[in-house]
Each structure stands twice: as C-alpha cells, then as structure tokens.
Design a protein around this ligand. Sequence first.
Ligand SMILES: CC(=O)NCC[C@H](N)C(=O)O
Length: 135
Amino acid sequence: MKVRALEDVVGSNREVDGGNWISRRLLVAEDHMGYSVHDTLIRAGTETKMWYKHHLESVYCIEGEGEVVTASDQRIWPIRKNTLYALDQHDEHVLRAFTDMRMVCVFNPPLQGQEKHDADGTYPVDSKQGNPPLM
Ligand SMILES: CC(=O)NCC[C@H](N)C(=O)O
C-alpha cells in the first residue's frame, strides 16, 4: 500500500506551476495505478483553455467557484464546491475561476508528473501507454 500526504509533494518535482494553476501530483504513472491523482489549485480571476486530446479527466471541485465553457456548443457549466465534471468526450473547454479553486483531478492514462499544457492546452500522449478510446 502507498500513503501520500500533500506535504510530500509540495516543493518536489511533482508540484507543477502552470501559471493559472498549480498541480500537486499525488499519484503518477510510476505508481502503476492506471490513473494519476492531483490536488490542483486554480488562481482566482484566471481563464484557462484546455483540450485533453490524449487523456480522460475528471475534476472534483472541493473549494471555490467558477465555470467551464465547452467549445463545441459554448455551453456554460457552473462549477462550485462539491461539484464534479468529467471530460468524457476529450472536450475542448475553458475554465474560468471566479475565486481561488481547489480541485481533485484524475487522469487516464496517468501523467508522468511534470507535464505542462502546450499551446492547445493539451498534455502529450504517453507513448508507453497509448490513448484511452474515444467514446
Ligand atoms: C482543472 C484543470 O484541468 N486544471 C489544469 C491542471 C490539471 N488539471 C493538472 O492537475 O495537471
């Protein structure tokens, strides 16, 4: 069994600052769980474009308030404490944070641990694991 505390990750190479967010990666690919788990802080007033073409992500908001706009239909999804959103279609989206937000993020396949977004808001595919199927 593994036990990880947030303090184990803060200040290590598993704490990644993406500018609008800071992601503390509690479980990553080398933990061999089949997914990664992150405790992610989103900075108030930011707007972040993301498009996880190679990953499925679920995001559970445990603090704060904001909204997600899905690019395909321009639908606005209010997100606040105790709300989860699942990007089950690899949905291109924008996250607007009205306050500081704290999210628990799960990625399949797992991140290696140091990834930052490219210009599309995408993380690279992990060549060792391949892509999850498009549903
Ligand atoms: C909510 C969200 O997707 N934020 C961007 C960072 C990402 N979730 C991560 O933890 O790497």
